[in-house]
Design a protein around this ligand. Structure first.
Ligand code: HEC
Length: 143
């Protein structure tokens, strides 16, 4: 190997290592870094469908509890928790966000009780969720 080709090989090696380091650091900063939301939230539709979804899910949950269909009720409850989370992005008002977050937490607790087939706790949580819907509506629902 000549001196010149040796130098070229070293340069190429340094470039390759540099490229790998750059790719690795780009992946570290990737767009799925934990729970960080990169894109701003943009609702599909203002409020109506989201609220009719809340109503539909809550209805399904209550019926499934009566019928002791715990798995169905748990699935609907997890979706309600997620929809309440989505709702927290609908208004840039801390109090509104608290109401929505509270509902999301309650629905998560309900889902966990349902996964344990704990009917008594599930009925209690479902009653509390009904109050949370009303608390927010009393302040923020105009009609
Ligand atoms: C954090 C606040 C908040 C929570 C919690 C909340 N809602 Fe609402 N809801 C609203 C607001 C605001 C409106 C009025 C939306 C509009 O018309 O702009 C509304 C409207 C509604 C409507 C009427 C939809 C229509 O236009 O026909 C229904 C039904 C409804 N909510 C059901 C529920 C149910 C069921 C729950 C609980 C499981 C719930 N909501 C929890 C804020 C909330």
């Amino acid at each position: 190997m000549t001196y010149r080709s040796g130098l070229t090989a070293i340069c190429v090696a340094v470039m390759v290592i540099g490229l790998f380091a750059w790719v690795a650091s780009a992946q570290d900063k990737g767009d799925t870094a934990g729970a960080v939301t990169i894109r701003p939230f943009k609702p599909v539709q203002p409020m109506k469908a989201l609220m009719l979804g809340h109503k539909k899910l809550f209805g399904e949950i209550r019926e499934s509890i009566i019928d002791e269909k715990w798995d169905d009720a748990a699935t609907s409850s997890w979706i309600l928790a997620e929809m309440a989370n989505v709702n927290s992005h609908q208004r840039d008002i801390p109090k509104y966000q608290q109401f929505a977050d509270h509902l999301s937490q309650q629905a998560s607790e309900l889902a966990k009780a349902l996964e344990k087939k704990d009917g008594a706790k599930a009925r209690q949580f479902a009653g509390e969720i009904g109050k949370s819907c009303k608390d927010c509506h009393d302040q923020y629902r105009k009609d």
